[in-house]
Design a protein around this ligand. Structure first.
Ligand code: NAG
Ligand code: NAG
Ligand code: NAG
Ligand code: NAG
Ligand code: NAG
Ligand code: NAG
Length: 560
């Protein structure tokens, strides 16, 4: 399988597939979307920021087909991805799809038949009849094409070598030289995939290898092969971003600080990081959330976040939680994670789209509790989680986003909502969509500052325990003076007239109220202050000059 043409001539085509193939060729001839980097930002050909807000879609498990095609037509799934606000898919593939003919030349039907997945196959025949007789590599191209028709960008992610669930430290797929990870085969596979999708309009990047790991991993070998892999991809396909994973399950890129990656080309290098709750064991559940958040973010600075200030984009290409809401470790992590994602305005890909797997680790139709979609793929699994993702989909800043002078957005990571004002005679502060976020002026360089609505010049004033805050014309009393407290820098504290310290919180009807500050840094592991976490996020997005009264009822309905 050296080129696209080879694939098509080396396997007999069935008439039912012919139209599809012609369409694919047509699509692949249109202008590719070329992204490049501009310091830490990913930008388009006009230099405007393109924020990657992606969802992972696995296609690397034993059947080697994008999950869920037994549940819904592909075009529906692609449209659902767009409707949920994602602009991109990180589409996984196993190396064997590219280099092992005994796999790439199987038809979808044969692959499912061989695994005894007759019910899944029946679902595919029903929902996506045109793919049953495609080979696995053709089916992969077909998924890319359909995403392209819906203007969804694709990042090809080489997830492992042998089709199956990933990743363990001892599965033979972890590092160069492992049982199933021959560097030469890998380089060959990368070149083939890069060539196959050269000039495919919506393929904008390649993740060279997912989660390098295991006892064999070391920095010297990382540079040797990752640089070689990036060069191979670039020479086969100069359009794509080359995305490099760190060591230790893509938790560690700290070594880049000591030795830069050396490539013959510029403007295409991106680093990827994975960050889950379980990346830190059960630290979140067993510690005080503020302290754990501070510690984990500090550790991430040395392992990855420093890359931003060194002028490299950082793509958080996997993160996610058990969306049932019952895993305390995940819940606590998610509040810290969403705060950081917003603050740094990172590019990202959530794990994952899939509500279920055809076959994972021996279980047929396994439910994915981290899936953005429900088990039957028909709807969002958890609307609150989706809302939180949607808050960080549009960029807050970066080239081309700078429409107005910098201001702050008050982002509430727990809900994915932002502080907005209503335009009633007596304006009120409530949580609402971040698209309608109020623009705030807050001087972070001072110990305390007023919190001023830029549109109206009114100041936020604390009124009493449990009472909604108000907007005041007089911006000089102590109760309009706000301090960012706690090691998380996410609690905003002021003093009432009687000098009681209070913190911003969310009350009935999503109103912004003041309450006693919850466990600021007292180390209590049973106390979770995240309801009081507001992240002040730099933004240069243009904001509406009219306020958003019309949406208020809608917002309240959603929240209550
Ligand atoms: C190709 O895949 C088959 C099935 O997994 C495997 O038995 C075979 O060893 C692979 N061949 C190579 C060259 O990796
Ligand atoms: C797939 O090919 C088989 C023959 O192998 C044929 O019976 C079947 O109708 C084809 N299915 C589709 C959907 O084209
Ligand atoms: C680095 O990793 C490679 C591949 O696993 C191995 O061959 C080499 O011995 C390792 N080097 C060190 C210094 O550990
Ligand atoms: C890939 O496409 C570019 C044009 O975008 C072309 O210059 C180059 O020759 C192609 N590379 C390969 C390996 O086909
Ligand atoms: C969604 O997640 C929240 C926690 O963020 C949880 O309270 C709720 O029960 C979850 N809903 C569903 C339908 O799982
Ligand atoms: C936010 O803006 C301030 C002032 O321009 C700047 O000092 C700070 O580094 C910015 N923070 C982030 C996370 O971009």
């Amino acid at each position: 399988m050296n080129t696209k043409t080879n694939i098509f001539v080396s396997h007999p085509l069935l008439l039912s597939s012919l139209q599809l193939i012609i369409l694919m060729m047509f699509v692949t001839q249109t202008q590719p979307m070329r992204l490049h980097t501009d310091s830490r930002w990913i930008v388009d050909e006009s230099g405007n920021r393109v924020k990657l807000a992606c969802v992972n879609w696995p296609s690397h498990l034993q059947p080697v087909l994008a999950e869920g095609l037994n549940k819904r037509p592909l075009d529906d799934i692609a449209k659902e991805i767009v409707e949920m606000g994602f602009n991109c898919v990180r589409l996984t593939w196993p190396l064997y799809l590219a280099i092992n003919d005994s796999i790439s030349s199987l038809t979808v039907q044969q692959s499912f038949h061989n695994l005894g997945l007759s019910d899944s196959l029946a679902g595919i025949v029903l929902n996506n009849p045109s793919i049953t007789n495609l080979t696995l590599i053709q089916a992969y191209q077909w998924v890319v094409m359909k995403l392209g028709e819906n203007n969804v960008m694709v990042i090809l992610d080489n997830h492992l070598s042998v089709p199956g669930w990933c990743c363990s430290g001892s599965d033979g797929n972890g590092f160069f030289g492992d049982e199933f990870f021959d560097p030469e085969q890998w380089l060959e596979g990368l070149a083939k995939m890069a060539t196959l999708f050269n000039n495919t309009q919506n393929v904008v990047g390649m993740s060279l290898r997912n989660e390098l790991r295991g006892p064999g991993q070391n920095v010297t070998t990382w540079y040797k092969y990752m640089q070689e892999g990036a060069e191979r991809v670039h020479s086969s396909n100069p359009n794509v971003l080359t995305i490099l994973s760190g060591l230790s399950f893509d938790n560690d890129l700290g070594f880049i600080g000591n030795r830069p990656v050396s490539l013959t080309y510029n403007g295409k290098l991106v680093f990827e990081l994975h960050w889950y709750g379980f990346s830190d064991g059960s630290a979140w559940a067993s510690g005080n959330p503020s302290q754990v958040c501070r510690n984990v973010v500090n550790s991430l600075k040395g392992r990855a976040l420093f890359l931003l200030s060194h002028g490299w984009p950082l793509f958080v290409s996997e993160f996610g939680i058990d969306e049932r809401g019952s895993n305390e470790n995940d819940n606590r992590y998610s509040n810290c994670m969403f705060g950081l994602m917003a603050e740094l305005d990172l590019d990202w890909a959530v794990w994952g789209l899939q509500g279920s797997y055809y076959l994972r680790q021996g279980t047929v139709e396994l439910d994915e509790t981290f899936g953005v979609l429900s088990f039957d793929w028909s709807r969002a699994r958890n609307k609150t989680f989706l809302q939180r993702l949607q808050a960080i989909q549009p960029p807050f800043q970066g080239p081309g986003v700078s429409k107005v002078s910098p201001y702050d957005i008050m982002f509430h990571p727990l809900t994915g909502l932002c502080v907005i004002t209503t335009n009633e005679a007596q304006p009120q502060l409530v949580l609402g969509s971040c698209l309608d976020a109020e623009a705030w002026g807050y001087d972070k360089s001072q110990q305390t500052s007023t919190l001023t609505s830029i549109k109206t010049d009114l100041c936020v004033e604390a009124q009493g325990l449990g009472e909604p805050v108000t907007l005041s014309k007089v911006c000089s009393s102590p109760s309009v003076s706000w301090e960012i407290i706690s090691v998380t820098r996410m609690q905003l504290s002021s003093r009432l007239a009687d000098s009681t310290a209070v913190c911003l919180d969310v009350g009935a009807g999503a109103a912004i109220v003041t309450k006693p500050c919850e466990c600021p840094d007292d180390g209590d592991h049973t106390c979770d202050p995240a309801g009081q976490w507001f992240k002040m996020v730099n933004s240069t997005r243009s904001y509406k000059s009219a306020s958003v009264f019309s949406r208020r009822e809608e917002i309240l309905q959603e929240l209550m």
